[in-house]
Design a protein around this ligand. Structure first.
Ligand SMILES: [Zn+2]
Ligand SMILES: [Zn+2]
Length: 267
């Protein structure tokens, strides 16, 4: 993964997983922010390999499996290589769900009770984050969570370096809070928005709190897109062909790119 080392130099993030569910051709949501920080953990192990042992923080958007699954395997597969605690960052409800339903000694070991090697360093820890608070990483990148609209408590992130930023919605139905972020953060140059289902599945999209191309571009109608690039992720692979056709149909003047695993967003 030599290209990953390049990605921390400039203002860019790497897409480790772009799909809305696990499929043969790719992984689910995960973003490489720098060598120590990832957003979501849908697909870390395969693209990063042993490099995943160096991850210090995973910033979660929400507790759904397609966003958390590789936390389990990063800990397990590279346990011997880990030297520091893996810290899971997220909203209180997200962390509570991960502790109660995932690392609970039933589904997977409670790694927060396990220490690394012969040390007294815990393998796993949790740190609650606040919405609308800026967190500065060692690499100088700033992260800020904003609330999103999903079936469980959820957030997206604005990732900023110097004077430019990329906004990631993660799973959401409403885009009001994202549009509010655009109004106050003029540094945002790129948007990553989910689009899970084709428009014929609008009812399911509403119930499961996801977007279709029609809903997405309707909700974006009031947004001035002259300085924005729109990246789309979280497409359900089964419906990809139809979704891409509909995006082309509804996108209007938006500059749109469909994200693929391994792709880099320069922002
Ligand atoms: Zn979800
Ligand atoms: Zn998801």
């Amino acid at each position: 993964m030599n290209s990953l080392k390049i990605s921390i130099v400039a203002n860019n993030i790497k897409i480790l997983g772009s799909n809305g569910t696990k499929g043969l051709e790719g992984g689910t949501s995960a973003f490489y922010i720098d060598s120590e920080n990832m957003i979501d953990a849908g697909n870390l192990l395969k693209p990063l390999g042993v490099e995943s042992a160096r991850i210090k923080n995973i910033w979660l958007t929400h507790s759904h499996l397609d966003h958390i699954i590789d936390i389990a395997y990063v800990l397990d597969s590279y346990f011997e290589e880990r030297e520091e605690t893996l810290v899971i960052k997220g909203l209180k409800e997200t962390l509570d769900a991960v502790k109660t339903h995932f690392f609970n000694d039933v589904i997977w070991p409670d790694f927060s009770k396990i220490t690394l090697g012969n040390s007294n360093i815990n393998a796993l820890a949790y740190e609650e984050i606040d919405l609308y608070k800026e967190y500065t990483l060692g690499s100088g990148i700033k992260l800020e969570a904003f609330e999103t609209d999903h079936t469980v408590k959820s957030c997206g992130y604005v990732v900023q370096k110097e004077n430019s930023a990329v906004l990631i919605t993660a799973d959401t139905f409403g885009l009001e809070s994202m549009i509010s972020q655009l109004a106050v953060k003029k540094e945002i140059k790129s948007l990553v928005i989910e689009c899970s289902f084709p428009s014929k599945m609008e009812e399911l999209a509403k119930i499961s709190k996801h977007l279709t191309p029609k809903l997405l571009f309707n909700k974006l109608q009031t947004v001035d897109n002259s300085n924005l690039t729109l990246y789309i992720n979280h497409i359900k692979p089964l419906h990809k062909k139809r979704i891409l056709e509909e995006i082309a149909l509804f996108k209007g003047s938006w500059k749109v790119k469909i994200l693929k695993d391994g792709e880099i967003i320069n922002f």
